[in-house]
Design a binder for this molecule. Structure first.
Ligand SMILES: [Zn+2]
Length: 256
C-alpha cells in the first residue's frame, strides 16, 4: 500500500511557532520504503502519536534547512538508527544543511548508511522508489522539491519556492502536493493560492493537495479554499489535515 500521512500542515514562522497546526512534515510509505520528509518541529511526536514507528524508517529527506522543515531531523536520525546502535538508513539533504551552521549534527552522520547531498537534476534510490530533485527553487538557501516514482505511482512534492513558469513542467505527476503559505500573491519567496491554481491548471493531476499553510490560508479555512480551487479548475483539490492519510496510486494487480 502506498500512502502519505500528514504529520503536519502548518508552514511559515508564526503559525508553526504558535503550533496552531502541527509541523512534522510527511510520512511516506511507498513500494516498501518508509520515508520521513521535512521533519519539522514535532515530527517524532506526531509520528509516534499516529502509531508510526520511526525506528523502521528507511530514509529522511530534507527539502531545505529552514526550521519549519528541519527542526526534528536529528531526533529522526536517532530514531531511524536506534540511537546509533543500528547503522542504517539514508539521509538526503541540500549541501547547505551539512555545511557551516549545519542543521544536521556532525556526530550523528556516522550512524547513517549513507548521507547524500542533493543537487539540481539529481536522482536517488530509496529501495524501489526513485526520488528526483528536478530543479532548484527560488527561495532563500538551497531548496529542492521532489518527484517520487515507483511502479504504478508517481507523485510530486512542490516545496517552498517563489512561483516560476517552468515549475509545472518539472513536477508533472498524478498526485501533486503543493506548499501554499499565502492566500494572495505577494513578493515573498512562497507560493500563494493563485500560484497553486496556475500549477494545477498546467499539470492537471488526478489529485492536488495543498498544505504548509501560513496564517492567511489558515484564516480562510484551507478546506474552503480547496473546494473553491476544485470548482475553478475542475481538478480534485484537497486541503491537507493534520493526521490525514492519503492513499497514493499503487501498481496494477498482476494477472495471476
Ligand atoms: Zn522555507
Amino acid at each position: 500500500m502506498n500512502r502519505i500521512v500528514f504529520l503536519g500542515t502548518g508552514g511559515a514562522r508564526v503559525l508553526v511557532f504558535k503550533q496552531l497546526l502541527a509541523s512534522g512534515g510527511l510520512w511516506i510509505e511507498q513500494a516498501d520504503a518508509r520515508i520521513s520528509l521535512d521533519p519539522g518541529p514535532g515530527a517524532l511526536v506526531q509520528a509516534t502519536k499516529r502509531k508510526l514507528d520511526a525506528t523502521k524508517l528507511d530514509a529522511i529527506i530534507l527539502s531545505h534547512r529552514h526550521l519549519d522543515h528541519s527542526a526534528d531531523i536529528n531526533v529522526m536520525i536517532e530514531a531511524m538508527t536506534t540511537g546509533g546502535f543500528n547503522q542504517r538508513g539514508s539521509l538526503l539533504a541540500p549541501g547547505d544543511a551539512y555545511e557551516d551552521d549545519p542543521v544536521i549534527l556532525r556526530y550523528l552522520r556516522d550512524y547513517l548508511k549513507e548521507t547524500l547531498t542533493i543537487g539540481e537534476g539529481g536522482e536517488y534510490s530509496i529501495g524501489n522508489v526513485t526520488v528526483r530533485a528536478p530543479v532548484r527553487h527560488d527561495h532563500p538557501g538551497e531548496v529542492y522539491g521532489f518527484v517520487f516514482e515507483s511502479p504504478g505511482c508517481r507523485w510530486s512534492y512542490i516545496a517552498d519556492t517563489r512561483y516560476f513558469p517552468e515549475l509545472a513542467d518539472h513536477y508533472r505527476a498524478d498526485v501533486i502536493v503543493i506548499h501554499t503559505v499565502r492566500l494572495e500573491e505577494s513578493e515573498i519567496y512562497h507560493l500563494s493560492i493563485p500560484d497553486a491554481k496556475r500549477l494545477i491548471e498546467a499539470i492537471r493531476p488526478q489529485t492536488a493537495i495543498i498544505t504548509h499553510f501560513g496564517m492567511t490560508v489558515w484564516r480562510a479555512k484551507p478546506w474552503k479554499v480547496a473546494e473553491r480551487l476544485s470548482q475553478e479548475t475542475g481538478v480534485k483539490v484537497i486541503a491537507g489535515r493534520d493526521g490525514m492519510r492519503f492513499q497514493l496510486p499503487g501498481p496494477e494487480p498482476s494477472e495471476d
